[in-house]
Design a protein around this ligand. Structure first.
Ligand code: PMP
Length: 407
């Protein structure tokens, strides 16, 4: 597979001591991942030696910065196996990517009474973006329920299609339950109804190979910071046939061809959707992060993380009074949410933190799913390629200690 110690050495933060006492056990990777040296160094190098605004300058540095930025787009294209770099839009992250689709697809193809299908396990970004469109033009949200086991109810999904369904917008992997949805089947069913699909891949792209042509998704969104890249950059993949027919998202520089007060024409793809100075240094960082992942091999990463997930579910499941959420099968990846007896998730998270263990607590930006599960929040451990079984053991020991303290 890969040398875990050598890999960890690429992430300086993993050597930190928390409260001057405990080695850091970082299990909050679903929120954001740590950054390897090569990502930070490539960005520093660009700021020190290349920095200039892209696409506009005739001078040497501007041309070099533009070349780096466009090379990064090509790295993303290859990573997702998109057929053209015109289909790769740089955004600020998954949230902006989803908002872009809701706003621009909505404007082009939806009117009052039309419907979007989302699911009960969506992140708020894939709910509220559509509710904003609902407020603007009166569309309706149809919601795929989640089963007791924490899976999409696929029969209910099929029944939600009506002649007014215009788009399906569904997460690939749940950021709470770790459920890996049968996204290919979700897409196949939607296409059988002539309905396009937006995939929220924020929690899948860091953990498994995602091939947009094999999936045949129409749009796909992810965030750089969850895949070892910098904050402030993400991607929206969109099929050219859709993007061509959608209006721009924001107005400004870069996205225009000609501007006059009488008539403004827009730039070609992908620039039509990229108003203003892009974060060209972050795109360099994202490309480095993808190189880093590719060098380790996504299959190796997935094997390692699946093993950690299995181990964590088993070890947590063996603890008395611990309830582990999400499916008990191979369709559960990298995210383990749990509840310990009557201990409030916030108390558990706070006390684990005192032992150097970073987990997430709360509703995880998925309040409708919390209602479905009948809880206010959960504790969530989420894994990355650098986590170890010893860290899972530390979590289990930590939970034991907290129980002794509180019960
Ligand atoms: N969707 C899912 C499934 C997520 O897990 C997250 C981040 N927690 C987002 C969307 C939003 O990502 P970002 O905040 O990077 O835009």
């Amino acid at each position: 597979m890969y040398d875990l110690e050598a890999v960890r050495a690429q992430f300086p933060i993993l050597a930190r001591t928390i409260y001057n006492k405990y080695p850091l056990v970082y299990l909050d990777n679903g929120a954001t991942t740590q950054k390897p040296r090569q990502v930070v160094e490539a960005m520093t190098e660009e700021y020190y030696n290349v920095n200039a605004n892209v696409h506009r300058g005739v001078h040497f540095l501007s041309q070099q910065a533009t070349e780096l930025h466009e090379r990064s787009r090509e790295v993303v294209r290859r990573f997702l196996n998109a057929s053209s770099a015109n289909e790769i839009l740089f955004t600020r992250g998954t949230t902006e990517s989803i908002n872009l689709v809701a706003a621009c697809f909505g404007q082009a193809f939806m009117k009052e009474g039309d419907e979007v299908i989302v699911s009960e396990m969506e992140h708020h970004s894939n709910i509220v973006s559509w509710q904003l469109l609902q407020q603007r033009i009166g569309i309706r949200l149809r919601v795929v329920p989640v089963t007791e086991e924490g899976r999409l109810d696929m029969e209910a999904y099929e029944r939600l299609f009506t002649p007014r369904t215009r788009i399906v917008s569904i997460t690939h992997v749940s950021n709470v339950l770790g459920t890996v949805n049968p996204i290919k089947e979700v897409i196949r069913i939607a296409h059988a109804h002539d309905v396009p699909v937006l995939v929220d891949a924020a929690q899948s792209v860091p953990h498994m190979s995602v091939d947009v042509q094999a999936l045949d998704c129409d749009f796909l969104a992810f965030s750089g910071h969850k895949i070892y890249g910098p904050t402030g950059i993400g991607v929206l993949y969109g099929k050219e046939t859709w993007l061509d027919r959608m209006p721009p998202y924001m107005g400004g520089g870069e996205m225009i061809e000609h501007v006059s007060f009488e008539k403004t024409t827009f730039n070609a793809l992908p620039y039509k959707f990229e108003a203003g100075t892009p974060d060209y240094v972050a795109s360099t960082g994202l490309a480095q992060a993808i190189h880093f992942v590719n060098e380790l091999g996504m299959d190796n990463i997935q094997a390692h993380e699946s093993e950690l997930t299995r181990y964590a579910m088993e070890q947590l499941g063996n603890l008395p009074a611990v309830h582990v959420f999400g499916p008990k099968g191979d369709d559960h990846d990298a995210v383990v949410s749990f509840q310990v007896g009557h201990i409030h998730h916030l108390d558990m998270g706070t006390l684990l933190d005192r032992l150097g263990i970073a987990v997430r607590t709360g509703h995880h930006c998925a309040e409708p799913l919390m209602h479905r599960l009948g809880v206010e929040g959960t504790c969530r451990a989420s894994f990355a390629l650098y986590n170890t079984k010893a860290e899972v053991d530390a979590l289990v020991q930590g939970i034991r200690r907290v129980r002794v303290m509180l019960e």
